[in-house]
Design a protein around this ligand. Structure first.
Ligand SMILES: Cc1ncc(COP(=O)(O)O)c(C=O)c1O
Length: 382
């Protein structure tokens, strides 16, 4: 076993959280059981525990367990649902400046193929998506609103619930990317008013890589073109017909990593036990503290937008390339990320930025961690 390196300071929760020890233990235990008992037999033995993972996910999202599918990543979840939308000539898809590049690429491709357009809702002066501008852009041709709740390139929190109210009253489908929100913000799909919500296990939830969640609202499922069938998503009935499941699990394939799902379940339960309001309060307070300390460093510009802010803290350092900042910090065992135009192209272009350094915090982040980062950045700033 690799011993925990206590000298590491992790400011890269927004890329991948440090998985909790019980998460890793549960995964390893199950893999060992597979080797001893046989993988299918080991899987059957944990059937009840696997069901409980859906119940935990449902508690996290405020929905019913059968409205959730277990996926391999945020992207797989998002793509699976998005593939069910059909667009025609003249249709419009609305998105916002903070849209994740992967989603945006898929929106553009779908629009191009259908003769539809992707229209970007402007941001207001604070940087968040403008809800009045969204309302003004609605017409009968708008077939989807796709929003990234928390962008990857900074602390902005988009008013996802306000967007949801607009989408609901106009009866327009609403697809919400919650990749950076799960595990750091209380999340309730009814309050958000979304039809589809997606997120990964590995970021603020501290689950393993290779896990993700897909929520599709029960009444909305039938409006999406069904995903490809297999013998699990469409079980064979006595009359010989394969009939697709009537719940969100129709998006799952028969084969999966049971060990990762069990580990993800442990991570979900841990977040639920801490409580999302408590996680939110603590993460926001630590991020605010970090922003204040960074702002005092000469030549450092904090780049976060928005009114409400998350645990993602973004900045640039005058005259120092972001990648140099990252590698110099990594040499001191301090993990940060560089987020470039490749990930949030619309927002970075609108702000004339190529890249930013991103330091993201979690409840484990201590005052000493902040001090180490700030000290190292002061030295780099010269
Ligand atoms: C806002 C946002 N959406 C989507 C993704 C992609 O998630 P995944 O890598 O789990 O597919 C990320 C990853 O950083 C992200 O920040």
């Amino acid at each position: 076993m690799i011993a925990a390196r206590t000298d590491l300071v992790h400011f890269n929760w927004a890329s991948a959280g440090l998985p909790l020890r019980p998460v890793i233990d549960r995964i390893i235990e199950h893999l060992e059981r597979e080797a001893v008992d046989g993988a299918m037999e080991a899987g059957r033995a944990v059937a009840v525990e696997l069901e409980a993972v859906y119940a935990s996910a449902a508690r996290l999202l405020g929905c019913a367990p059968d409205e959730v599918a277990m996926m391999e990543s945020h992207t797989r979840a998002w793509q699976a649902a998005f593939a069910g939308f059909r667009f025609g000539p003249g249709d419009r898809i609305l998105t916002a400046r903070s849209e994740w590049a992967g989603n945006y690429a898929a929106l553009l491709r779908a629009a191009e193929q259908a003769g539809a357009t992707v229209d970007v809702v402007p941001s207001d002066d604070s940087g968040q998506v403008s809800v009045p501008a969204l309302e003004a852009m609605l017409d009968h041709r708008v077939k989807l609103i796709a929003l990234t709740w928390l962008p990857a390139n900074g602390g902005l929190i988009n008013p996802a619930a306000a967007v949801g109210r607009v989408a609901r009253s106009a009866e327009i489908p609403y697809l919400l990317d919650a990749a950076q929100a799960l595990g750091q913000l209380p999340t309730n799909v009814a309050e958000l008013g979304c039809d589809v919500l997606t997120g990964p296990g590995r970021k603020f939830l501290r689950g393993p890589r290779g896990t993700g969640l897909l929520y599709v609202r029960r009444g909305f499922l039938e409006r999406l073109t069904p995903p490809p069938l297999d013998h699990v998503s469409a079980p064979r009935r006595a009359d010989g017909r394969f009939v697709q499941r009537l719940d969100t699990r129709r998006y799952e394939a028969g084969e999966c990593s049971v060990a990762l799902r069990l580990g993800f379940g442990v991570a979900l339960d841990h977040a639920l036990a801490l409580g999302l309001p408590a996680l939110r309060t603590r993460i926001a307070a630590t991020a605010a503290q970090l922003r204040a300390q960074l702002a005092a460093i000469p030549g450092l510009v904090v780049r976060d937008l928005g009114i409400e802010r998350s645990g993602l803290v973004s900045f640039t350092l005058d005259g120092v390339a972001c990648d140099h900042v990252r590698t110099a910090l990594a040499a001191q065992r301090i993990n940060v990320a560089v987020n470039g135009i490749a990930y949030t192209p619309l927002d970075m272009a609108a702000r004339g930025l190529d890249e930013i350094v991103r330091a993201s915090v979690h409840v484990d982040t201590t005052d000493q961690d902040l001090a180490r980062l700030v000290h190292a950045l002061r030295a780099l700033a010269g």
